[in-house]
Design a binder for this molecule. Structure first.
Ligand code: ATP
Ligand code: MG
Length: 266
């Protein structure tokens, strides 16, 4: 039997006094479209960064595609693709150059690299703009290029941290069609965060976390039924409350959050 695509066991991440991830445990099966939901500051990005080997946990363990995130980071990185929450393209380069650079980092041989670059650019419909400098792209085009880059090495597990943020309904729909195609054709596992409950409702299962803790995990339909709620948004608000997260953040933590938010506005 195949190992779970993602395994998280008693995962904890502390930043000085703050526990961002608090004893989190869950599994994601191969081929799942898994939604990872939670209010601002819930610990979603921190968890994704641990799974992608960019951060070390304070305790607990995690694996991706059967490889241990702490002890087998190289194999883990080979198995996954990531679309970061914050933009991470080199805006001074063209789309083609951004993809080429990514392929080189992954040690993809030239022929394979070129073949995949053509394929992923076609997939996100950016073939004709491949030689334009990314700075001249619209926000939606940049996001599509980031998705294309995440697919270059055909990862078994794709992490998408708010992939559709700031996109118009047409582009959102296009990206969601692409997700469904990737699952159907390649059996890819998709792990995504979103604040859109409409998008979350399209996931096979969703986890709802807050303050680093897992509050619920099931299919959107089962969660709605179990809470006798109208929709997933009502379930989310029942579990996580109506208060704004920043109200409870104080002093240096608030400063750090402000800086992070400002950076996002760049
Ligand atoms: N490098 C860091 N140093 C200190 N605290 C951090 C750091 N990164 C994140 N945090 C804190 O950890 C908590 C979880 O942050 P995280 O970015 O994982 O949340 P999130 O669920 O992705 O939120 P959002 O929906 O706003 O993206 C927050 O309180 C945040 O301020
Ligand atoms: Mg985040």
């Amino acid at each position: 039997m195949n190992p779970p695509a993602i395994e998280v066991s008693h995962l904890v991440k502390r930043y000085n006094g703050l526990t961002a991830v608090d004893d989190l445990s869950f599994d994601v099966q191969p081929g799942e479209l898994f939604g990872f939901l939670g209010p601002n500051g819930a610990g979603k990005t921190t968890t994704i960064h641990i799974l992608c080997t960019l951060l070390a946990p304070s305790s607990g363990s995690a694996s991706v595609a059967g490889f241990d995130c702490l002890n087998q980071p190289r194999q883990v990185r080979q198995s996954l693709g990531i679309i970061f929450q914050d933009p991470s393209l080199d805006e001074r380069l063209t789309a083609w150059e951004n993809l080429e650079f990514h392929g080189m980092i992954y040690h993809m041989p030239k022929l394979l690299r070129r073949e995949r670059m053509e394929a992923v650019l076609d997939l996100v419909d950016l073939g004709e703009r491949r030689h334009s400098i990314v700075r001249t792209y619209s926000g939606g085009m940049k996001r599509r290029l980031e998705v294309a880059r995440g697919l270059m090495h055909q990862p078994r597990v794709l992490f998408l941290d708010e992939p559709t943020i700031g996109l118009d309904p047409q582009t959102r729909r296009r990206i969601w069609d692409l997700f469904k195609q990737l699952r159907a054709q390649l059996g890819m596992t998709l792990f995504l965060t979103t604040h859109s409950m409409e998008e979350a409702s399209q996931c096979g299962r969703v986890a709802i976390i807050d303050r680093g803790e897992l509050l619920a995990l099931d299919s959107p339909q089962a969660l709605v039924a179990a809470h006798r709620a109208e929709n997933l948004e009502k379930v989310f608000l029942t579990l996580t409350g109506h208060g704004l997260r920043d109200e409870e953040v104080s002093g240096p933590e608030r400063m750090r959050d402000q800086v992070r938010r400002l950076k996002r506005w760049r």
